[in-house]
Write a protein that binds this ligand. Sequence first.
Ligand code: ATP
Length: 293
Amino acid sequence: MEQKLVLKAHGKINLGLDVVRRLENGYHEVRMIMQSVELADIVTIKKSAEDNIVIRADQKTIPCDERNLAYKAAKLMKETYGISEGVEIFLEKHIPVAAGMAGGSADCAAVLKGMDELFCLGLTLEELQKTGVKLGADVPYCLMGGCALSEGIGEVLTGLKEPPECVLLLVKPDINVSTKYVYRNLKLETLERHPDIDGMMRDIENGALESLCEKLENVLESVTGKQYPVIGKIEHVMKEEGALQAVMSGSGPTVFGIFKETETARKAMNKIREKGLAREVYISGFFHGKNNP
Ligand code: ATP
């Protein structure tokens, strides 16, 4: 019987994002608190008789060729482990694209895990992460999921306790942000403040949601938020409607708001829609499980 794997690739938000310094190779040393969200792509993988990689997706906006991170993952697994069979991959996209939620990296991680299983390679998480980091700094985290401190270029990971339960409102305004542009235009030397990542870790450990929310911060907002005032407007509406906090994720433009109740989050969502600030809006929550263990 044909074996077909159906995997969930969860998106992430950054509860905190700090850039420590610029490295000579163009990368940045970061300190981030990553958190998986319930919102997930569905990645289906099956073997194909021919020695090729076929990618299909339900969204026309993403490339279905060698530029797709799912393709890159399959190619790297084939090369690294000498797999002669091909694979067919279908991406059912739910995570907003180019949004600061690591959608591509999540799909990439799902394909790495899927191929490990499909071809009975028996790889450990560490081995998969070592392969995955070649394709993107967020991939090792996406292989792991949950709540984690991410350091180095994103590949040095420490698992953290689950933060307290809450309701998330995810809002992606209709603009495209280039991660490269944002990092290139970050004025590290003149940044007046940095997020209190250590304090956030203490709050997570203590289950102190309100204190944690007071500390949520992302240094990249100094670039993306300045370029796109809609980000600040979305945050303003969320807070006015009762969010404990509202912050941008990754390099943006997605803004997430943290609410105590679904009803309040829903009201904020309706306001954002009424004001025409964004069309892509989702009520979600933290995802505490591991990604396809
Ligand atoms: P990150 O948070 O890691 O910076 P992102 O959420 O900002 O990522 P992605 O959704 O991963 O951004 O997409 C960035 C670009 O990557 C897209 O514009 C698209 O062209 C390309 N891409 C390649 N593979 C995928 C994929 N599987 N899903 C979505 N986009 C992909």
